[in-house]
Design a binder for this molecule. Structure first.
Ligand code: GLP
Length: 244
Protein backbone atom coordinates (compact mmCIF):
# COMPACT_ATOMS: atom_id res chain seq x y z
CA UNK A 1 0.00 0.00 0.00
CA UNK A 2 1.28 3.45 -0.87
CA UNK A 3 0.35 5.94 1.83
CA UNK A 4 0.10 9.60 0.79
CA UNK A 5 -0.55 12.20 3.46
CA UNK A 6 -1.69 15.76 2.64
CA UNK A 7 -1.97 18.87 4.79
CA UNK A 8 -5.78 19.18 4.58
CA UNK A 9 -8.89 17.37 3.30
CA UNK A 10 -8.92 19.82 0.39
CA UNK A 11 -5.30 19.06 -0.55
CA UNK A 12 -6.04 15.32 -0.38
CA UNK A 13 -9.11 15.77 -2.60
CA UNK A 14 -7.13 17.86 -5.10
CA UNK A 15 -4.37 15.23 -5.25
CA UNK A 16 -6.92 12.48 -5.86
CA UNK A 17 -8.60 14.52 -8.61
CA UNK A 18 -5.19 15.05 -10.24
CA UNK A 19 -4.55 11.31 -10.05
CA UNK A 20 -7.91 10.53 -11.68
CA UNK A 21 -7.27 13.22 -14.31
CA UNK A 22 -3.93 11.61 -15.12
CA UNK A 23 -5.55 8.17 -15.39
CA UNK A 24 -8.19 9.51 -17.82
CA UNK A 25 -5.54 11.37 -19.86
CA UNK A 26 -3.61 8.14 -20.37
CA UNK A 27 -6.78 6.05 -20.90
CA UNK A 28 -9.74 8.15 -22.14
CA UNK A 29 -12.03 5.10 -21.96
CA UNK A 30 -11.23 4.49 -18.28
CA UNK A 31 -13.67 2.34 -16.28
CA UNK A 32 -13.97 4.19 -12.99
CA UNK A 33 -15.53 2.90 -9.76
CA UNK A 34 -16.98 5.62 -7.52
CA UNK A 35 -18.06 6.04 -3.87
CA UNK A 36 -20.56 8.26 -2.09
CA UNK A 37 -20.31 9.80 1.41
CA UNK A 38 -19.22 13.18 2.73
CA UNK A 39 -15.51 12.50 2.19
CA UNK A 40 -15.52 12.50 -1.63
CA UNK A 41 -17.54 15.72 -2.00
CA UNK A 42 -14.44 18.02 -2.27
CA UNK A 43 -12.94 15.50 -4.70
CA UNK A 44 -16.05 15.66 -6.90
CA UNK A 45 -16.00 19.45 -6.66
CA UNK A 46 -12.42 19.47 -7.92
CA UNK A 47 -13.18 17.01 -10.75
CA UNK A 48 -16.07 19.23 -11.81
CA UNK A 49 -13.83 22.33 -11.84
CA UNK A 50 -11.16 20.52 -13.86
CA UNK A 51 -13.79 19.37 -16.36
CA UNK A 52 -15.21 22.94 -16.66
CA UNK A 53 -11.80 24.18 -17.70
CA UNK A 54 -11.38 21.18 -20.02
CA UNK A 55 -8.49 19.74 -18.05
CA UNK A 56 -10.43 16.44 -17.78
CA UNK A 57 -12.63 14.94 -20.48
CA UNK A 58 -15.20 12.40 -19.28
CA UNK A 59 -16.69 11.83 -22.76
CA UNK A 60 -15.47 8.23 -23.03
CA UNK A 61 -15.28 7.31 -19.33
CA UNK A 62 -17.54 4.57 -17.91
CA UNK A 63 -18.53 4.66 -14.23
CA UNK A 64 -19.82 2.08 -11.76
CA UNK A 65 -20.92 3.18 -8.30
CA UNK A 66 -20.29 0.93 -5.35
CA UNK A 67 -23.70 0.76 -3.74
CA UNK A 68 -27.30 1.90 -3.40
CA UNK A 69 -30.10 1.72 -0.82
CA UNK A 70 -32.82 -0.89 -1.23
CA UNK A 71 -36.33 0.50 -1.72
CA UNK A 72 -35.26 4.01 -2.74
CA UNK A 73 -36.02 5.09 -6.30
CA UNK A 74 -33.04 6.38 -8.29
CA UNK A 75 -34.88 9.71 -8.84
CA UNK A 76 -35.53 10.10 -5.10
CA UNK A 77 -33.23 12.90 -3.84
CA UNK A 78 -32.10 10.60 -0.99
CA UNK A 79 -30.74 7.92 -3.33
CA UNK A 80 -27.01 7.56 -3.94
CA UNK A 81 -27.84 7.90 -7.64
CA UNK A 82 -29.27 11.39 -6.97
CA UNK A 83 -26.28 12.23 -4.77
CA UNK A 84 -23.97 11.44 -7.69
CA UNK A 85 -26.16 13.44 -10.07
CA UNK A 86 -25.87 16.50 -7.79
CA UNK A 87 -22.17 16.19 -7.08
CA UNK A 88 -20.74 14.87 -10.36
CA UNK A 89 -22.86 13.33 -13.10
CA UNK A 90 -24.97 16.44 -13.73
CA UNK A 91 -21.89 18.68 -13.79
CA UNK A 92 -19.45 16.91 -16.12
CA UNK A 93 -19.59 15.55 -19.68
CA UNK A 94 -20.15 11.89 -18.77
CA UNK A 95 -22.33 10.05 -21.31
CA UNK A 96 -25.49 8.94 -19.44
CA UNK A 97 -25.34 5.51 -21.11
CA UNK A 98 -21.91 4.92 -19.61
CA UNK A 99 -23.08 5.65 -16.05
CA UNK A 100 -23.86 2.39 -14.24
CA UNK A 101 -25.78 2.12 -10.98
CA UNK A 102 -27.42 -0.56 -8.88
CA UNK A 103 -31.21 -0.25 -8.86
CA UNK A 104 -32.47 -0.58 -5.28
CA UNK A 105 -36.06 -0.78 -6.56
CA UNK A 106 -35.48 -3.74 -8.91
CA UNK A 107 -38.22 -6.38 -8.67
CA UNK A 108 -35.65 -9.15 -8.28
CA UNK A 109 -32.65 -7.93 -6.28
CA UNK A 110 -30.56 -11.08 -6.78
CA UNK A 111 -30.95 -10.71 -10.54
CA UNK A 112 -30.08 -7.03 -10.27
CA UNK A 113 -26.82 -7.91 -8.50
CA UNK A 114 -25.99 -10.52 -11.16
CA UNK A 115 -26.77 -7.97 -13.88
CA UNK A 116 -24.30 -5.51 -12.30
CA UNK A 117 -21.52 -8.10 -12.15
CA UNK A 118 -22.10 -8.90 -15.83
CA UNK A 119 -22.08 -5.19 -16.75
CA UNK A 120 -18.72 -4.75 -15.00
CA UNK A 121 -17.31 -7.79 -16.81
CA UNK A 122 -18.66 -6.55 -20.16
CA UNK A 123 -16.97 -3.18 -19.59
CA UNK A 124 -13.68 -5.07 -19.22
CA UNK A 125 -13.49 -4.78 -15.43
CA UNK A 126 -12.84 -1.70 -13.30
CA UNK A 127 -9.57 0.10 -14.10
CA UNK A 128 -9.57 2.46 -11.14
CA UNK A 129 -11.77 2.06 -8.07
CA UNK A 130 -12.07 5.03 -5.72
CA UNK A 131 -13.15 4.12 -2.18
CA UNK A 132 -14.22 5.92 0.95
CA UNK A 133 -13.92 4.30 4.38
CA UNK A 134 -16.80 3.70 6.76
CA UNK A 135 -16.05 4.65 10.37
CA UNK A 136 -16.50 0.94 11.21
CA UNK A 137 -14.09 -0.16 8.45
CA UNK A 138 -16.64 -0.91 5.76
CA UNK A 139 -15.97 -0.32 2.08
CA UNK A 140 -18.96 0.08 -0.21
CA UNK A 141 -21.59 -1.50 2.03
CA UNK A 142 -19.44 -4.51 2.96
CA UNK A 143 -20.09 -4.34 6.67
CA UNK A 144 -17.93 -5.92 9.42
CA UNK A 145 -19.13 -9.38 10.38
CA UNK A 146 -18.30 -13.06 10.60
CA UNK A 147 -18.08 -13.32 6.85
CA UNK A 148 -17.75 -11.13 3.82
CA UNK A 149 -19.44 -11.76 0.49
CA UNK A 150 -17.44 -11.93 -2.70
CA UNK A 151 -19.78 -10.53 -5.31
CA UNK A 152 -22.41 -7.82 -5.62
CA UNK A 153 -25.12 -8.63 -3.10
CA UNK A 154 -28.06 -7.55 -1.00
CA UNK A 155 -26.99 -6.67 2.54
CA UNK A 156 -28.28 -5.44 5.90
CA UNK A 157 -26.82 -2.20 7.23
CA UNK A 158 -25.52 -1.83 10.77
CA UNK A 159 -26.89 0.87 13.04
CA UNK A 160 -23.64 2.96 12.97
CA UNK A 161 -23.66 2.89 9.17
CA UNK A 162 -27.30 3.97 9.06
CA UNK A 163 -26.46 6.77 11.52
CA UNK A 164 -23.54 7.87 9.29
CA UNK A 165 -25.96 8.09 6.35
CA UNK A 166 -28.72 9.92 8.25
CA UNK A 167 -27.85 13.31 6.72
CA UNK A 168 -29.45 12.18 3.44
CA UNK A 169 -32.64 11.39 5.37
CA UNK A 170 -33.15 14.66 7.23
CA UNK A 171 -30.87 13.55 10.08
CA UNK A 172 -33.33 10.84 11.16
CA UNK A 173 -31.60 7.46 11.42
CA UNK A 174 -34.99 5.67 11.58
CA UNK A 175 -35.68 6.76 8.01
CA UNK A 176 -32.42 5.33 6.64
CA UNK A 177 -33.12 2.05 4.81
CA UNK A 178 -32.06 -1.09 6.65
CA UNK A 179 -30.87 -2.78 3.48
CA UNK A 180 -28.68 -1.95 0.53
CA UNK A 181 -27.05 -3.43 -2.55
CA UNK A 182 -23.27 -3.35 -2.72
CA UNK A 183 -20.39 -4.54 -4.84
CA UNK A 184 -18.72 -7.40 -2.99
CA UNK A 185 -15.17 -7.65 -1.70
CA UNK A 186 -13.96 -9.56 -4.75
CA UNK A 187 -15.74 -7.17 -7.12
CA UNK A 188 -13.73 -4.39 -5.45
CA UNK A 189 -10.45 -6.31 -5.18
CA UNK A 190 -10.57 -7.21 -8.89
CA UNK A 191 -10.17 -3.54 -9.82
CA UNK A 192 -6.79 -3.04 -11.46
CA UNK A 193 -6.02 -0.08 -9.24
CA UNK A 194 -7.64 1.09 -5.99
CA UNK A 195 -7.37 4.47 -4.29
CA UNK A 196 -8.97 4.93 -0.88
CA UNK A 197 -9.64 8.46 0.38
CA UNK A 198 -10.07 9.06 4.11
CA UNK A 199 -10.00 12.39 5.93
CA UNK A 200 -10.61 13.56 9.49
CA UNK A 201 -9.67 12.34 12.96
CA UNK A 202 -12.77 10.15 13.14
CA UNK A 203 -11.19 7.79 10.60
CA UNK A 204 -7.68 7.69 12.14
CA UNK A 205 -8.08 4.53 14.26
CA UNK A 206 -9.71 2.69 11.40
CA UNK A 207 -7.01 3.80 8.94
CA UNK A 208 -4.28 2.48 11.26
CA UNK A 209 -6.03 -0.90 11.64
CA UNK A 210 -6.63 -1.08 7.89
CA UNK A 211 -2.92 -0.57 7.13
CA UNK A 212 -1.17 -2.15 10.12
CA UNK A 213 -3.68 -4.59 11.54
CA UNK A 214 -4.44 -8.22 10.67
CA UNK A 215 -6.73 -9.17 7.83
CA UNK A 216 -10.13 -9.59 9.38
CA UNK A 217 -13.74 -9.69 8.30
CA UNK A 218 -14.28 -7.42 11.33
CA UNK A 219 -12.57 -4.66 9.34
CA UNK A 220 -13.40 -5.23 5.67
CA UNK A 221 -10.95 -2.54 4.48
CA UNK A 222 -8.05 -4.62 5.90
CA UNK A 223 -8.42 -6.88 2.84
CA UNK A 224 -7.03 -4.08 0.69
CA UNK A 225 -3.63 -5.24 2.01
CA UNK A 226 -3.76 -8.21 -0.39
CA UNK A 227 -4.14 -5.99 -3.47
CA UNK A 228 -0.98 -5.13 -5.44
CA UNK A 229 -1.93 -1.62 -6.48
CA UNK A 230 -3.51 0.40 -3.68
CA UNK A 231 -2.96 4.04 -2.76
CA UNK A 232 -4.31 5.42 0.50
CA UNK A 233 -4.85 9.19 0.29
CA UNK A 234 -5.14 10.84 3.71
CA UNK A 235 -5.12 14.22 5.37
CA UNK A 236 -2.95 14.67 8.46
CA UNK A 237 -5.84 14.07 10.86
CA UNK A 238 -6.70 10.68 9.33
CA UNK A 239 -2.99 9.73 9.37
CA UNK A 240 -2.35 10.70 12.99
CA UNK A 241 -2.25 7.13 14.33
CA UNK A 242 0.31 6.01 11.74
CA UNK A 243 3.25 7.82 13.30
CA UNK A 244 5.98 5.95 15.16
C1 GLP B 1 -21.34 5.15 3.08
C2 GLP B 1 -20.93 4.49 1.78
C3 GLP B 1 -19.46 4.13 1.78
C4 GLP B 1 -18.64 5.32 2.25
C5 GLP B 1 -19.04 5.67 3.66
C6 GLP B 1 -18.18 6.75 4.28
O1 GLP B 1 -21.65 4.23 4.08
N1 GLP B 1 -21.69 3.33 1.48
O2 GLP B 1 -19.07 3.73 0.49
O3 GLP B 1 -17.27 5.04 2.18
O4 GLP B 1 -20.39 6.08 3.58
O5 GLP B 1 -18.89 7.94 4.42
P1 GLP B 1 -18.26 9.31 4.83
O6 GLP B 1 -17.33 9.68 3.72
O7 GLP B 1 -19.44 10.24 4.92
O8 GLP B 1 -17.56 9.11 6.12
Amino acid sequence: MRIRVYSSPRAAADALAALVGGAIASNPGLVLGLPTGRTPIPFYRRLTALCARRAIDFAHVTTFNLDEFVGIDSRDPRSYRSFMQRHLFGLVNLAPRRVNFLNGRAADLARECARYERAIARAGGIDLQILGLGANGHIGFNEPGRQLLARTHWTRLTRPTRAANAALFGGDVRRVPKEALSMGMVTILHARRIVLLATGRGKAACVARMIRGPLTTRLPASFLQVHRNVDVVLDQAAAERLRG
